[in-house]
Ligand binder design. Structure first.
Ligand SMILES: [Zn+2]
Length: 305
């Protein structure tokens, strides 16, 4: 079939050259932060955009080593703005300090917010990873075009991983700065209520439909065939949806039972993330009427629609 999606293959071969400035495109330099980990891969990629004047995209964790590396890479050039793809702390924790030091304004898509109102007694697993107090000096709207360090960019609203997530298209090229929305090393964590599977799937389809061929994510290396990879991600999520509907039809009544069924050999360290992702899928499927979900004192109960 002509529209069969390509297989999903993750690329974990990236050499971040942590702390070193690496030119990824003319006028765009990557500096990877020293915060590697199970959710950040080789660390957060910060980008310095421009030539005589620059903007910094995702200044990253509030780590003096990384701020020193950014200072060295900017080499005293004036910093026109600090841009954020979103307000998870691995991207934004140093933004307030950098703003205080340089006077550069903060530009992003509005204060951190949940993708839907929380339910009574609902725990937000990502609450401590979010920068709740950071406010922008300029709030981007979807599709807004602007110059940063003399480079023309377009802000593209891509909620899903979290509600205020943006990708940035580099105008005059077919390259997209894809943040955490699309990364080559792994699929993106989508955890409710911080994120939303419905938003994420819509944002995947949105980016696939845009004229960008190559993606530069906030963790890991570039994705050369961006839209084909994004279609593989979408197919992977659709497969997961089908497995959940089948699992519930076969008698799984809890997220834990679904996890045992769908990821039988998962390492303990990844079980929590798997449960978060399954919950986001379950909520999406319940909203679609594909399964039924009841939230009770003893947890979430599932049954076939
Ligand atoms: Zn991140």
């Amino acid at each position: 079939m002509a529209d069969t999606p390509p297989p999903l293959v993750f690329d974990t071969s990236f050499d971040p050259q942590t702390g070193q400035p690496v030119e990824v495109l003319p006028g765009i330099v990557r500096v990877t932060a020293p915060n590697s980990g199970p959710y950040t891969f080789t660390g957060t990629n910060s980008f310095i955009i421009g030539a005589e004047r620059v903007a910094i995209l995702d200044p990253g964790p509030d780590d003096p080593r990384h701020l020193a590396a950014l200072r060295t890479a900017t080499g005293g050039r004036p910093i026109e703005a600090i841009l954020l793809t979103h307000t998870h702390k691995d991207h934004s924790a140093s933004a307030a300090r950098l703003k205080a030091e340089t006077g550069a304004p903060l530009w992003f898509a509005g204060p951190h917010r949940l993708s839907r109102p929380p339910h009574l007694f609902e725990l937000n697993a990502l609450a401590r990873d979010c920068d709740w107090r950071l406010t922008p000096d300029l709030t981007f709207f979807d599709g807004e075009s602007f110059a940063a360090g003399g480079v023309q960019l377009t802000a593209i609203a891509t909620p899903g991983h979290c509600a205020n997530h943006l990708c940035f298209g580099i105008e005059g090229t077919d390259w997209l700065l894809s943040g955490d929305h699309i990364m080559g090393w792994n699929s993106t964590l989508v955890a409710v209520p911080d994120g939303s599977m419905d938003d994420y799937l819509k944002s995947l389809r949105k980016v696939i439909g845009l004229p960008y061929a190559h993606y530069i994510p906030a963790h890991g290396g570039p994705i050369i065939d961006g839209p084909a990879y994004a279609r593989a991600l979408l197919a992977h999520r659709e497969l997961r949806n089908r497995q959940i509907v089948e699992g519930v039809a076969a008698g799984a009544t809890t997220i834990g039972a679904l996890r045992e069924r769908i990821y039988p050999t998962l390492q303990p360290a990844l079980r929590f993330a798997a449960a978060l992702t399954l919950r986001a899928h379950v909520e999406y499927l319940a909203a679609q009427g594909a399964i039924r979900m009841r939230r009770g004192v003893f947890g979430t109960r599932l049954r076939a629609a």
